[in-house]
Design a binder for this molecule. Structure first.
Ligand code: SAH
Length: 346
């Protein structure tokens, strides 16, 4: 038996060509493309303005590898965590985070993760595969639907802060963002999308060269190499200087400031010298800092720093005119917060 092709791996042009080669009009390709993306059809039978014969022909040749929301958990604070089953039965997670005025989708880019950040639950899962553009897109569609259903408005923001490292699945993540922002897809503004990365200099420069329109966040956690390497082994391959060089390049090209994500841990990076190093780093590139609350994952090696240490950071940053926000974690009761995504259901 010939394996059926994933129809959403085809570009619009390829789909149009397919219809021409089967004796139909190119326009049929446009119609089907619209069903597949902006209308997010789950099956060929949903395509009601396409003839029965054509739908049967599509069914014979292609599959729609639609994701399935396998389990949905709602947190006391309104956060929703979805366990998403992929066509090959692997599972990723995505999260809807509501605030008073907006809803944010936190989406995954890989099944598992190949990086070994030792404070992150996803790092305990090995990387199994990259997500395809349509699998990333579908997570956003599913959360948009949940936003409309539970919060009475459409999805407002997207962050690539779920499972995986988006810059190690570069092409598929960028293709997904293209469809999310395209009028042929969801038509969302790129300004409302943030890609979060451990910081891979080569890929940051490549993104800058491609003049992408979305925002960049970098998980920094320390501006001192030995400390950062201890938590994030990737820092050994490309250190803080190389990262800074790429970030300066990014700013030069895009004129958009970077967000640094930063957790302050007890006895690890909670001293004045740590805050001073962060201030020095921040002075070298336009940025703001989000201090994120630590979500304990298990063995107690990492503990949230004291409120005094956080206050010390805030003071150091603010007195140097660096914007700093304290980010409370959301959805902790259902393991939906940053770094807690590990395909664990309770
Ligand atoms: N690989 C990307 C995106 C996934 S992680 C990246 O590293 O940016 C999303 C954010 O959650 C990152 O800033 C990460 O550092 C942070 N994070 C990971 N584990 C955490 C934990 N246990 N508590 C709080 N934040 C965590």
């Amino acid at each position: 038996m010939i394996e059926k092709r994933d129809i959403r791996a085809l570009t619009k042009e390829e789909l149009r060509a397919f219809f021409v080669s089967s004796g139909d009009k190119p326009f049929r390709g446009n119609q089907v493309y619209e069903w597949l993306w902006s209308k997010a059809a789950h099956s060929f039978d949903d395509m009601t303005n396409i003839s029965k014969e054509t739908r049967a022909m599509l069914e014979e040749n292609f599959v729609i590898n639609h994701i399935k929301v396998d389990q949905m958990q709602r947190s006391m604070d309104g956060t929703i965590k979805n366990a998403i089953k992929l066509h090959d039965n692997l599972v990723v997670e995505s999260v809807l985070i509501p605030t008073d005025t907006r809803t944010t989708a936190c989406v995954s880019s890989q099944v598992g993760c190949s990086l070994d950040c030792n404070f992150c639950a996803t790092a305990r899962l090995k990387r199994m595969r990259n997500l395809n553009p349509d699998e990333i897109y579908d997570q956003v569609v599913a959360i948009d639907q949940q936003s409309r259903l539970y919060h009475n408005h459409k999805l407002s923001n997207i962050v690539f802060m779920g499972m995986g490292e988006p810059l190690l699945n570069y092409n598929n993540v960028l293709k997904a963002i293209d469809m999310i922002t395209s009028d042929e897809g969801l038509g969302m503004s790129a300004k409302r999308i943030t890609l979060s990365t451990v910081g891979i200099p080569k890929m940051i420069k490549r993104m800058a060269d491609e003049e992408v329109k979305f925002n960049l966040a970098v998980s920094l956690h320390s501006a001192i190499d030995v400390v950062r390497t201890r938590m994030m082994p990737i820092n050994e391959k490309s250190n803080l200087d190389e990262l800074l060089d790429a970030l300066q390049y990014w700013y030069l090209k895009t004129k958009r400031r970077i967000t640094f994500e930063y957790v302050v841990w007890k006895d690890i990076n909670d001293q004045q010298k740590d805050a001073n190093a962060l201030v020095d780093y921040c002075k070298k590139v336009p940025c703001k800092v989000n201090l994120i609350e630590y979500n304990a994952i298990d063995d107690g090696e990492f503990q949230q720093a004291s409120p005094e240490a956080i206050a010390m950071y805030v003071k150091a940053l603010e007195s140097n005119n660096i914007v700093v926000n304290i980010r409370r974690s959301r959805g902790k009761d259902i393991d939906a917060a940053c770094g807690q995504l590990a395909n664990k259901t309770t």
